[in-house]
Design a protein. Sequence first.
Length: 119
Amino acid sequence: VQLVESGGGLVQPGGSLRLSCAASGSISSVIVTGWYRQAPGKQRELVAQIGSGGSTNYADSVKGRFAISRDNAKNTAYLQMNSLKPEDTAVYYCNVVARLESGRPFNSWGQGTQVTVSS
């Protein structure tokens, strides 16, 4: 099972980006998907999570600006980021906790995608 992230880049303050995290392989069910970020010299922090039932959780710093969603048919999660600020600059990682078709648990991270907010 592999996670592939895409959608990062350079954007001006106030701009938008949408990150994608596609999971390929024998996944039976996704339990929770999370987006995390890590800025230089800082610890990795949770940005947003979405549970199997669709419940969501956001860091206070992104509430009202970011939205997490998931397309179960495509095993793909998204992070829509609006009104971006320079302090949102970081490497963004997705994390998927799931159950494989074999019944084994699965917990993996994407490779990370750089988001830079700068004028």
